[in-house]
Unconditional design. Structure first.
Length: 196
């Protein structure tokens, strides 16, 4: 694992690398299946289920407050990338525009291409979660989920849905794509919640 693509953490970094993880030198791409090609004009995000149905366009997202985020990224296949720099919109700012049914307890993120991932509502609405459209100062590359992806920094990367286009609010925990295929339902890297 160590060599061209991975390195051991320096002493001052070691408390940022969860157990069983190596540091990636670049920013690997992890995609199951084909990469959807979606333009900014075509991109939209639909909200449905236990929330009043609403569709957001690219310009709706640009009208919301924009923030920079520097976050570590952990993939369950054992690579970690420190200090990824993103720009985007806080999940909490989107949530403030929704009318949620009080029974809603879980969210299923849906993506162009059919990928899904499930998150409990309380994990989803954390202040540090965001929708990203910019990576290291450049428009988010398509392979990394452009034009828009979700980033949930405190959970393994498979929860950070690329090419996101929907949020379905539910009153039960339905499993997403990888969760149906053996990944942990929650996925917290410091607890090594890898597989179930
Ligand atoms: N739509 C979609 N989102 C996805 C995936 C995917 O295959 N499809 N892979 C997930 C996994 S397993 C990881 S680790 C991260 C990887 O993000 P990156 O390719 O930008 O590094 O995206 C996540 N989001
Ligand atoms: Mo991953």
């Amino acid at each position: 694992m160590i060599g061209k693509f991975f390195r051991k953490p320096k002493a001052e970094e070691s408390d940022r690398v969860p157990p069983g993880q190596y540091l990636a030198k670049g920013f690997p791409v992890l995609t199951y299946g084909d990469t959807p090609q979606i333009t900014i004009d075509d991109w939209e995000l639909r909200v449905w289920g236990l929330a009043k149905e609403k569709t957001f366009s690219w310009s709706d997202f640009m009208a919301m407050p924009q923030h920079d985020f520097t976050k570590d990224f952990h993939c369950v296949t054992r690579w970690t990338k420190l200090d990824v720099q993103w720009t985007g919109i806080k999940v909490t700012d989107l949530m403030s525009q929704l009318k949620l049914d009080p029974k809603a307890s879980h969210v299923m993120a849906h993506c162009y291409g059919g990928y899904t991932t499930n998150v409990p509502l309380e994990e989803f609405v954390q202040e540090e979660n965001f929708f990203a459209h910019t990576l290291f100062g450049e428009l988010l590359p398509v392979k990394h989920g452009g034009p828009m992806r979700l980033v949930i920094p405190h959970l393994y990367g498979w929860k950070s849905a690329k090419w996101i286009n929907g949020l379905e609010f539910l009153d039960y925990d339905e499993l997403g794509f990888w969760e149906c295929n053996g990944y942990h339902h929650r996925g917290e890297p410091w607890a090594e919640e890898r597989y179930s």
